[in-house]
Ligand binder design. Structure first.
Ligand SMILES: [Zn+2]
Length: 113
């Protein structure tokens, strides 16, 4: 899952339906940005993210076993790449939470990446 999604929402500032960028950290929505006026809303909460990360980690063995039972060949074929990429994905999620939290506190401005 990529962390950036595009959708159409009604902007609170524009009061019209406009394209919005939604940024996720794992399963949690942490920021939205109106592409028309640039209005941003953030919901980043490091505690909430860590709680969700704990739930994801706890359910990982069960989810992996379900995938293994469903399609053993595909599971084993994709497992090495999934293991290799996981630290990068977690680091990226954490970076998003830190960046959006800092932005929310009035510090670091987003670089739009
Ligand atoms: Zn707007």
């Amino acid at each position: 899952m990529t962390d950036l999604h595009l959708t159409t929402l009604t902007c609170l500032r524009c009061t019209t339906e406009t394209p919005h960028e939604l940024r996720y950290a794992g399963r949690l929505l942490v920021a939205s940005r109106c592409n028309a006026c640039g209005h941003e809303m953030t919901t980043a909460d490091p505690h909430r993210y860590l709680l969700d990360l704990g739930h994801r980690a706890a359910s990982k063995p069960r989810r992996m076993l379900r995938r293994l039972r469903r399609d053993p060949g595909a599971f084993l074929w994709t497992l090495p790449a999934a293991i290799a990429v996981k630290p990068v994905k977690l680091a990226r999620e954490l970076a998003i939470v830190v960046r959006v939290t800092e932005q929310r506190r009035g510090g670091w401005r987003p670089d739009r990446s």
